[in-house]
Design a protein around this ligand. Structure first.
Ligand code: UDX
Length: 444
Protein backbone atom coordinates (compact mmCIF):
# COMPACT_ATOMS: atom_id res chain seq x y z
CA UNK A 1 0.00 0.00 0.00
CA UNK A 2 1.07 3.63 -0.35
CA UNK A 3 1.65 5.36 2.94
CA UNK A 4 2.65 8.80 4.14
CA UNK A 5 4.02 9.44 7.61
CA UNK A 6 3.63 13.05 8.78
CA UNK A 7 6.19 13.86 11.48
CA UNK A 8 9.34 11.75 11.49
CA UNK A 9 10.35 11.92 15.14
CA UNK A 10 10.91 8.72 17.09
CA UNK A 11 7.46 7.24 16.48
CA UNK A 12 7.19 8.43 12.87
CA UNK A 13 10.57 7.18 11.78
CA UNK A 14 10.10 3.76 13.37
CA UNK A 15 6.63 3.55 11.78
CA UNK A 16 8.05 4.49 8.36
CA UNK A 17 10.89 1.95 8.54
CA UNK A 18 8.65 -0.85 9.80
CA UNK A 19 5.90 -0.21 7.23
CA UNK A 20 8.52 -0.43 4.48
CA UNK A 21 9.84 -3.64 6.01
CA UNK A 22 6.31 -5.02 5.62
CA UNK A 23 6.51 -4.19 1.91
CA UNK A 24 4.59 -0.92 1.83
CA UNK A 25 5.71 2.14 -0.10
CA UNK A 26 6.39 4.94 2.40
CA UNK A 27 7.03 8.67 2.19
CA UNK A 28 8.23 10.25 5.43
CA UNK A 29 7.42 13.95 5.69
CA UNK A 30 8.51 16.56 8.22
CA UNK A 31 8.51 20.38 8.23
CA UNK A 32 12.04 20.31 9.59
CA UNK A 33 14.04 20.56 6.36
CA UNK A 34 17.37 19.98 8.13
CA UNK A 35 16.09 16.71 9.60
CA UNK A 36 14.85 15.59 6.18
CA UNK A 37 18.21 16.50 4.60
CA UNK A 38 20.10 14.37 7.12
CA UNK A 39 17.65 11.47 6.77
CA UNK A 40 18.19 11.58 3.03
CA UNK A 41 21.87 10.85 3.60
CA UNK A 42 21.01 8.02 5.97
CA UNK A 43 21.61 9.77 9.29
CA UNK A 44 19.08 8.98 12.05
CA UNK A 45 18.93 11.91 14.52
CA UNK A 46 18.55 9.78 17.69
CA UNK A 47 19.78 6.49 19.11
CA UNK A 48 17.52 3.53 18.32
CA UNK A 49 19.13 0.12 17.84
CA UNK A 50 18.36 -1.49 14.47
CA UNK A 51 16.56 1.54 13.05
CA UNK A 52 19.34 2.93 10.79
CA UNK A 53 19.82 -0.52 9.22
CA UNK A 54 16.09 -1.02 8.69
CA UNK A 55 15.73 2.42 7.12
CA UNK A 56 18.70 1.84 4.85
CA UNK A 57 17.18 -1.45 3.69
CA UNK A 58 13.89 0.35 2.96
CA UNK A 59 15.62 3.12 1.03
CA UNK A 60 17.74 0.61 -0.93
CA UNK A 61 14.61 -1.36 -1.84
CA UNK A 62 13.03 1.85 -3.16
CA UNK A 63 10.29 1.66 -0.53
CA UNK A 64 11.20 4.68 1.64
CA UNK A 65 11.88 8.28 0.76
CA UNK A 66 11.75 11.57 2.66
CA UNK A 67 10.36 15.01 1.88
CA UNK A 68 9.65 18.30 3.65
CA UNK A 69 6.62 19.02 1.45
CA UNK A 70 3.14 17.73 2.31
CA UNK A 71 2.29 18.33 -1.33
CA UNK A 72 4.89 15.71 -2.20
CA UNK A 73 3.97 13.17 0.49
CA UNK A 74 0.17 13.05 0.55
CA UNK A 75 -1.08 12.80 -3.06
CA UNK A 76 -1.59 9.14 -3.87
CA UNK A 77 -1.28 7.95 -0.26
CA UNK A 78 -3.98 5.52 0.92
CA UNK A 79 -3.07 5.81 4.60
CA UNK A 80 -1.49 8.85 6.28
CA UNK A 81 -0.04 8.34 9.74
CA UNK A 82 -0.03 11.44 11.92
CA UNK A 83 3.04 11.17 14.15
CA UNK A 84 3.60 14.84 15.06
CA UNK A 85 4.45 16.00 18.58
CA UNK A 86 1.81 16.72 21.23
CA UNK A 87 3.81 18.89 23.67
CA UNK A 88 2.58 19.36 27.20
CA UNK A 89 0.90 22.65 28.07
CA UNK A 90 1.34 24.39 31.45
CA UNK A 91 -1.91 22.84 32.75
CA UNK A 92 -0.86 19.28 31.80
CA UNK A 93 -3.08 19.06 28.72
CA UNK A 94 -1.43 18.20 25.39
CA UNK A 95 -1.09 20.87 22.73
CA UNK A 96 -2.85 19.36 19.71
CA UNK A 97 -2.27 22.21 17.28
CA UNK A 98 0.32 20.20 15.31
CA UNK A 99 -2.19 17.37 14.95
CA UNK A 100 -4.81 19.79 13.64
CA UNK A 101 -2.33 21.37 11.22
CA UNK A 102 -1.25 17.95 9.95
CA UNK A 103 -4.88 16.89 9.40
CA UNK A 104 -5.69 20.12 7.57
CA UNK A 105 -2.68 19.75 5.30
CA UNK A 106 -3.70 16.17 4.45
CA UNK A 107 -7.11 17.45 3.33
CA UNK A 108 -5.47 20.25 1.36
CA UNK A 109 -3.15 17.98 -0.60
CA UNK A 110 -5.05 14.70 -0.89
CA UNK A 111 -6.05 13.68 -4.39
CA UNK A 112 -8.37 10.88 -3.30
CA UNK A 113 -9.93 9.48 -0.13
CA UNK A 114 -7.34 8.92 2.59
CA UNK A 115 -7.39 6.98 5.86
CA UNK A 116 -5.89 9.37 8.40
CA UNK A 117 -4.39 7.31 11.23
CA UNK A 118 -3.55 8.93 14.57
CA UNK A 119 -0.34 7.47 15.97
CA UNK A 120 0.58 10.41 18.18
CA UNK A 121 -0.76 9.76 21.67
CA UNK A 122 -3.88 11.89 21.94
CA UNK A 123 -6.78 12.21 24.38
CA UNK A 124 -9.99 10.32 23.75
CA UNK A 125 -12.24 12.10 21.22
CA UNK A 126 -9.36 13.68 19.31
CA UNK A 127 -10.45 11.56 16.34
CA UNK A 128 -13.63 13.63 16.17
CA UNK A 129 -11.55 16.81 16.12
CA UNK A 130 -9.40 15.44 13.32
CA UNK A 131 -12.54 14.56 11.38
CA UNK A 132 -13.76 18.14 11.93
CA UNK A 133 -10.42 19.58 10.72
CA UNK A 134 -10.59 17.42 7.59
CA UNK A 135 -14.19 18.48 6.93
CA UNK A 136 -13.51 22.20 7.38
CA UNK A 137 -10.58 22.05 5.00
CA UNK A 138 -12.64 20.05 2.51
CA UNK A 139 -15.39 22.66 2.72
CA UNK A 140 -12.84 25.42 2.14
CA UNK A 141 -11.64 23.56 -0.96
CA UNK A 142 -15.16 22.88 -2.12
CA UNK A 143 -14.70 19.11 -2.41
CA UNK A 144 -15.20 16.36 0.16
CA UNK A 145 -13.18 13.30 -0.77
CA UNK A 146 -14.58 11.22 2.09
CA UNK A 147 -11.50 10.85 4.28
CA UNK A 148 -11.67 8.42 7.20
CA UNK A 149 -10.09 8.80 10.64
CA UNK A 150 -8.65 5.87 12.59
CA UNK A 151 -6.78 5.55 15.86
CA UNK A 152 -3.83 3.17 15.66
CA UNK A 153 -1.83 3.68 18.86
CA UNK A 154 1.77 2.54 19.09
CA UNK A 155 3.18 0.73 22.09
CA UNK A 156 6.85 1.03 21.25
CA UNK A 157 9.50 1.52 23.88
CA UNK A 158 12.59 3.50 23.11
CA UNK A 159 15.55 1.17 22.68
CA UNK A 160 13.37 -1.74 21.50
CA UNK A 161 11.10 0.27 19.21
CA UNK A 162 11.71 -1.78 16.05
CA UNK A 163 11.02 -5.13 17.75
CA UNK A 164 8.02 -3.67 19.60
CA UNK A 165 6.56 -2.54 16.26
CA UNK A 166 7.32 -5.61 14.14
CA UNK A 167 6.60 -8.15 16.89
CA UNK A 168 3.96 -6.38 18.99
CA UNK A 169 1.97 -7.89 21.88
CA UNK A 170 -1.13 -6.63 20.07
CA UNK A 171 -2.25 -4.34 17.26
CA UNK A 172 -5.04 -1.91 18.13
CA UNK A 173 -7.09 -0.25 15.41
CA UNK A 174 -10.06 1.98 16.13
CA UNK A 175 -12.26 2.95 13.20
CA UNK A 176 -15.87 3.90 12.73
CA UNK A 177 -16.48 2.40 9.29
CA UNK A 178 -16.03 -1.00 7.66
CA UNK A 179 -13.99 0.58 4.85
CA UNK A 180 -11.44 2.10 7.22
CA UNK A 181 -11.18 -1.16 9.15
CA UNK A 182 -10.61 -3.07 5.91
CA UNK A 183 -7.83 -0.69 4.82
CA UNK A 184 -6.02 -0.98 8.15
CA UNK A 185 -6.38 -4.75 8.25
CA UNK A 186 -4.83 -4.94 4.76
CA UNK A 187 -1.98 -2.74 5.97
CA UNK A 188 -1.24 -5.03 8.92
CA UNK A 189 -1.83 -8.36 7.10
CA UNK A 190 1.89 -8.85 6.27
CA UNK A 191 2.78 -8.25 9.93
CA UNK A 192 0.12 -10.65 11.21
CA UNK A 193 1.30 -13.34 8.78
CA UNK A 194 4.85 -13.05 10.08
CA UNK A 195 3.93 -12.58 13.72
CA UNK A 196 0.44 -13.71 14.67
CA UNK A 197 -0.82 -11.62 17.60
CA UNK A 198 -4.15 -10.29 18.88
CA UNK A 199 -5.64 -7.74 16.49
CA UNK A 200 -8.06 -5.53 18.42
CA UNK A 201 -10.52 -3.88 16.05
CA UNK A 202 -12.67 -1.34 17.84
CA UNK A 203 -14.17 2.12 17.53
CA UNK A 204 -11.98 5.24 17.47
CA UNK A 205 -12.72 6.42 21.02
CA UNK A 206 -12.00 3.02 22.56
CA UNK A 207 -8.65 2.76 20.73
CA UNK A 208 -7.67 6.23 21.93
CA UNK A 209 -8.49 5.21 25.49
CA UNK A 210 -6.57 1.93 25.25
CA UNK A 211 -3.37 3.88 24.70
CA UNK A 212 -3.79 6.28 27.63
CA UNK A 213 -5.08 3.51 29.90
CA UNK A 214 -2.11 1.24 29.06
CA UNK A 215 0.55 3.87 29.72
CA UNK A 216 -1.18 5.20 32.83
CA UNK A 217 -1.49 1.65 34.21
CA UNK A 218 2.22 0.94 33.69
CA UNK A 219 3.11 4.26 35.31
CA UNK A 220 0.86 3.40 38.25
CA UNK A 221 2.60 0.04 38.63
CA UNK A 222 5.92 1.89 38.90
CA UNK A 223 4.59 4.39 41.43
CA UNK A 224 3.02 1.58 43.43
CA UNK A 225 6.33 -0.23 43.83
CA UNK A 226 8.12 3.05 44.59
CA UNK A 227 5.65 3.66 47.43
CA UNK A 228 6.30 0.13 48.68
CA UNK A 229 10.03 0.91 48.44
CA UNK A 230 9.60 3.80 50.87
CA UNK A 231 7.84 1.48 53.31
CA UNK A 232 10.57 -1.16 52.93
CA UNK A 233 13.24 1.45 53.71
CA UNK A 234 11.40 2.46 56.87
CA UNK A 235 10.36 -1.03 57.94
CA UNK A 236 13.63 -2.84 57.26
CA UNK A 237 12.51 -4.95 54.30
CA UNK A 238 13.75 -5.48 50.73
CA UNK A 239 11.49 -4.16 47.97
CA UNK A 240 13.33 -6.07 45.24
CA UNK A 241 12.47 -9.40 46.83
CA UNK A 242 8.92 -8.15 47.42
CA UNK A 243 8.66 -7.29 43.70
CA UNK A 244 10.10 -10.67 42.63
CA UNK A 245 7.64 -12.54 44.81
CA UNK A 246 4.71 -10.39 43.68
CA UNK A 247 5.77 -10.97 40.09
CA UNK A 248 5.46 -14.74 40.43
CA UNK A 249 1.71 -14.17 40.65
CA UNK A 250 0.67 -14.39 37.00
CA UNK A 251 -2.11 -11.89 37.67
CA UNK A 252 0.47 -9.27 38.68
CA UNK A 253 3.60 -10.06 36.62
CA UNK A 254 7.13 -8.86 37.38
CA UNK A 255 7.42 -6.29 34.56
CA UNK A 256 7.40 -2.61 35.55
CA UNK A 257 7.87 -3.38 39.23
CA UNK A 258 11.44 -2.08 39.40
CA UNK A 259 11.58 0.41 42.22
CA UNK A 260 13.90 3.28 41.48
CA UNK A 261 13.97 6.91 40.59
CA UNK A 262 10.52 6.95 39.04
CA UNK A 263 9.42 7.09 35.43
CA UNK A 264 10.60 9.64 32.91
CA UNK A 265 10.79 9.92 29.14
CA UNK A 266 8.59 11.49 26.55
CA UNK A 267 5.51 9.39 27.30
CA UNK A 268 4.63 8.37 30.85
CA UNK A 269 4.88 11.75 32.63
CA UNK A 270 3.02 13.51 29.83
CA UNK A 271 0.44 10.79 29.28
CA UNK A 272 -0.46 10.49 32.97
CA UNK A 273 -1.05 14.24 33.18
CA UNK A 274 -2.99 14.28 29.90
CA UNK A 275 -5.20 11.39 31.04
CA UNK A 276 -5.99 13.20 34.32
CA UNK A 277 -6.79 16.30 32.30
CA UNK A 278 -9.11 14.69 29.76
CA UNK A 279 -10.84 12.72 32.54
CA UNK A 280 -11.52 15.98 34.39
CA UNK A 281 -12.79 17.59 31.21
CA UNK A 282 -15.20 14.68 30.81
CA UNK A 283 -16.31 15.08 34.44
CA UNK A 284 -14.23 12.43 36.27
CA UNK A 285 -11.61 13.18 38.93
CA UNK A 286 -8.89 10.56 38.31
CA UNK A 287 -7.45 10.84 41.81
CA UNK A 288 -5.56 7.55 41.47
CA UNK A 289 -3.47 8.97 38.63
CA UNK A 290 -2.89 12.26 40.45
CA UNK A 291 -1.39 10.15 43.22
CA UNK A 292 0.68 8.17 40.69
CA UNK A 293 2.14 11.47 39.51
CA UNK A 294 2.73 12.73 43.07
CA UNK A 295 4.58 9.55 44.09
CA UNK A 296 6.70 9.84 40.95
CA UNK A 297 7.70 13.42 41.77
CA UNK A 298 8.56 12.32 45.30
CA UNK A 299 10.67 9.41 43.98
CA UNK A 300 12.83 11.86 42.04
CA UNK A 301 13.59 13.78 45.26
CA UNK A 302 14.68 10.64 47.14
CA UNK A 303 18.42 10.93 46.24
CA UNK A 304 18.75 14.48 47.57
CA UNK A 305 17.18 13.44 50.89
CA UNK A 306 19.68 10.58 51.14
CA UNK A 307 22.63 12.82 50.27
CA UNK A 308 21.58 15.26 52.99
CA UNK A 309 21.21 12.40 55.45
CA UNK A 310 24.58 10.86 54.64
CA UNK A 311 26.69 13.96 53.91
CA UNK A 312 24.93 16.43 56.20
CA UNK A 313 25.63 19.54 54.08
CA UNK A 314 25.55 18.88 50.36
CA UNK A 315 26.80 22.40 49.56
CA UNK A 316 30.36 22.58 48.23
CA UNK A 317 30.60 18.81 47.81
CA UNK A 318 31.34 17.12 44.48
CA UNK A 319 28.59 14.68 43.53
CA UNK A 320 29.13 12.06 40.83
CA UNK A 321 25.95 11.35 38.88
CA UNK A 322 26.04 8.12 36.89
CA UNK A 323 23.47 8.12 34.08
CA UNK A 324 21.40 10.99 32.72
CA UNK A 325 19.25 9.16 30.12
CA UNK A 326 15.67 8.50 31.26
CA UNK A 327 16.42 4.77 31.05
CA UNK A 328 19.24 2.57 29.70
CA UNK A 329 19.46 1.89 25.96
CA UNK A 330 18.62 5.42 24.85
CA UNK A 331 20.25 8.85 24.60
CA UNK A 332 16.91 10.51 25.38
CA UNK A 333 16.92 12.91 28.34
CA UNK A 334 13.37 14.21 27.97
CA UNK A 335 11.80 14.31 31.45
CA UNK A 336 14.71 12.16 32.67
CA UNK A 337 14.53 11.75 36.47
CA UNK A 338 18.30 12.41 36.54
CA UNK A 339 17.60 16.03 35.62
CA UNK A 340 15.50 16.51 38.76
CA UNK A 341 18.29 14.98 40.82
CA UNK A 342 20.99 17.16 39.25
CA UNK A 343 18.85 20.31 39.54
CA UNK A 344 18.22 19.60 43.24
CA UNK A 345 21.87 18.86 44.00
CA UNK A 346 23.03 22.02 42.24
CA UNK A 347 20.35 24.06 44.03
CA UNK A 348 21.81 22.76 47.30
CA UNK A 349 25.19 24.22 46.29
CA UNK A 350 27.04 21.09 45.15
CA UNK A 351 29.13 20.62 42.00
CA UNK A 352 28.15 17.70 39.75
CA UNK A 353 30.40 15.32 37.83
CA UNK A 354 28.29 13.69 35.12
CA UNK A 355 28.70 10.47 33.20
CA UNK A 356 26.46 8.68 30.72
CA UNK A 357 27.63 6.36 27.94
CA UNK A 358 25.50 8.06 25.25
CA UNK A 359 23.30 10.87 26.61
CA UNK A 360 25.68 13.59 27.87
CA UNK A 361 25.31 15.76 24.78
CA UNK A 362 21.64 16.24 25.66
CA UNK A 363 22.50 18.06 28.91
CA UNK A 364 25.69 20.01 28.12
CA UNK A 365 23.85 23.31 27.59
CA UNK A 366 21.63 22.84 30.61
CA UNK A 367 24.56 22.39 33.04
CA UNK A 368 27.35 24.76 31.97
CA UNK A 369 29.18 24.38 35.31
CA UNK A 370 29.10 20.58 35.47
CA UNK A 371 32.13 18.40 34.90
CA UNK A 372 31.41 16.09 31.95
CA UNK A 373 33.25 12.79 32.16
CA UNK A 374 33.94 10.32 29.35
CA UNK A 375 34.43 7.46 31.79
CA UNK A 376 32.40 6.56 34.86
CA UNK A 377 35.63 6.27 36.87
CA UNK A 378 36.49 9.89 36.03
CA UNK A 379 33.17 11.01 37.49
CA UNK A 380 33.74 8.96 40.64
CA UNK A 381 37.30 10.12 41.21
CA UNK A 382 37.35 13.09 43.62
CA UNK A 383 33.60 12.90 44.27
CA UNK A 384 32.24 12.99 47.82
CA UNK A 385 29.32 10.78 46.88
CA UNK A 386 27.84 8.99 43.90
CA UNK A 387 24.19 8.86 42.82
CA UNK A 388 23.15 6.27 40.23
CA UNK A 389 20.31 7.63 38.10
CA UNK A 390 20.27 5.23 35.11
CA UNK A 391 20.88 1.50 35.39
CA UNK A 392 23.41 1.09 32.56
CA UNK A 393 25.07 -2.36 32.62
CA UNK A 394 28.54 -0.86 32.71
CA UNK A 395 27.82 0.57 36.17
CA UNK A 396 26.94 -2.89 37.49
CA UNK A 397 30.44 -3.98 36.48
CA UNK A 398 32.16 -1.49 38.83
CA UNK A 399 33.39 -3.44 41.87
CA UNK A 400 32.52 -2.10 45.35
CA UNK A 401 36.22 -2.02 46.23
CA UNK A 402 36.89 0.21 43.22
CA UNK A 403 34.13 2.60 44.34
CA UNK A 404 35.75 2.79 47.76
CA UNK A 405 39.12 3.59 46.18
CA UNK A 406 37.84 6.34 43.88
CA UNK A 407 35.42 8.26 46.09
CA UNK A 408 36.68 10.89 48.54
CA UNK A 409 33.93 9.98 50.99
CA UNK A 410 32.60 6.42 50.68
CA UNK A 411 28.98 7.49 50.14
CA UNK A 412 26.78 5.67 47.62
CA UNK A 413 23.17 6.57 46.78
CA UNK A 414 21.99 3.80 44.49
CA UNK A 415 18.64 5.01 43.19
CA UNK A 416 18.40 2.23 40.57
CA UNK A 417 19.67 -0.65 42.68
CA UNK A 418 22.49 -1.50 40.27
CA UNK A 419 24.84 -2.75 42.98
CA UNK A 420 24.46 -5.47 45.57
CA UNK A 421 23.66 -3.55 48.72
CA UNK A 422 25.32 -6.05 51.07
CA UNK A 423 28.50 -6.19 48.95
CA UNK A 424 28.78 -2.40 49.13
CA UNK A 425 28.34 -2.42 52.89
CA UNK A 426 30.90 -5.23 53.19
CA UNK A 427 33.36 -3.08 51.23
CA UNK A 428 33.00 -0.40 53.91
CA UNK A 429 30.83 1.98 51.92
CA UNK A 430 28.05 4.07 53.45
CA UNK A 431 25.06 3.14 51.33
CA UNK A 432 21.49 4.14 50.57
CA UNK A 433 19.90 1.69 48.12
CA UNK A 434 16.39 2.36 46.95
CA UNK A 435 13.95 0.02 48.69
CA UNK A 436 16.50 -1.35 51.17
CA UNK A 437 16.52 -0.59 54.88
CA UNK A 438 18.19 2.60 55.93
CA UNK A 439 20.83 2.11 58.65
CA UNK A 440 18.36 3.18 61.34
CA UNK A 441 15.70 0.73 60.17
CA UNK A 442 18.24 -2.09 59.83
CA UNK A 443 19.41 -1.63 63.41
CA UNK A 444 15.99 -1.33 65.03
C1 UDX B 1 6.70 3.83 27.22
C2 UDX B 1 5.78 2.61 27.07
O1 UDX B 1 6.40 1.47 27.67
C3 UDX B 1 5.45 2.36 25.60
O2 UDX B 1 4.53 1.27 25.48
C4 UDX B 1 4.84 3.63 25.03
O3 UDX B 1 4.52 3.46 23.68
C5 UDX B 1 5.79 4.79 25.21
O4 UDX B 1 6.10 4.96 26.59
P1 UDX B 1 9.30 4.36 26.98
O5 UDX B 1 8.95 5.74 27.41
O6 UDX B 1 10.21 4.15 25.83
O7 UDX B 1 7.96 3.54 26.64
O8 UDX B 1 9.99 3.66 28.23
P2 UDX B 1 9.67 2.51 29.28
O9 UDX B 1 10.60 1.39 29.05
O10 UDX B 1 8.24 2.18 29.35
O11 UDX B 1 10.12 3.24 30.65
C6 UDX B 1 9.52 4.46 31.05
C7 UDX B 1 10.12 4.95 32.35
O12 UDX B 1 9.74 4.11 33.43
C8 UDX B 1 11.65 4.98 32.38
O13 UDX B 1 12.09 6.18 33.00
C9 UDX B 1 12.03 3.78 33.22
O14 UDX B 1 13.26 3.94 33.89
C10 UDX B 1 10.88 3.73 34.19
N1 UDX B 1 10.65 2.39 34.74
C11 UDX B 1 10.24 1.37 33.94
C12 UDX B 1 10.81 2.17 36.11
O15 UDX B 1 11.17 3.09 36.87
N2 UDX B 1 10.55 0.93 36.62
C13 UDX B 1 10.14 -0.11 35.84
O16 UDX B 1 9.91 -1.20 36.38
C14 UDX B 1 9.98 0.12 34.45
Amino acid sequence: MRIAVVGVGHVGLVTAACMADLGHEVVGMDDDAAKIASLRVGSVPFYEPGLPELLRAGVDAGLVRFTDETADAVPGAQVVFICVGTPRREDGSPNLSYVQAAAASVATHATGPVVVAEKSTVPVRTGERIRQALRLEAQARGDDLGHEVVSNPEFLKEGTAVADTLRPDRVVVGADSAGAHAAMRALYEPLLERHPCPYVATDVRTAELIKHASNAFLATKISFINAVARICELAGADVHTVADAMGHDARIGRAFLNAGLGYGGSCFPKDVEAFVHIAAELGYDFGLLRETDRINREAKQWPLGQLRRLLWNVADKQIAVLGVAFKPGTDDVRDAPALDVIDAVIADGARVRLHDPVALDGVRDRYPDAVFCDKAEDALRDAHAVVVCTEWDEYRAIAPQRLAELLVYPVVVDARAVWDHDALVAAGLTVATVGRPTDAAAQS
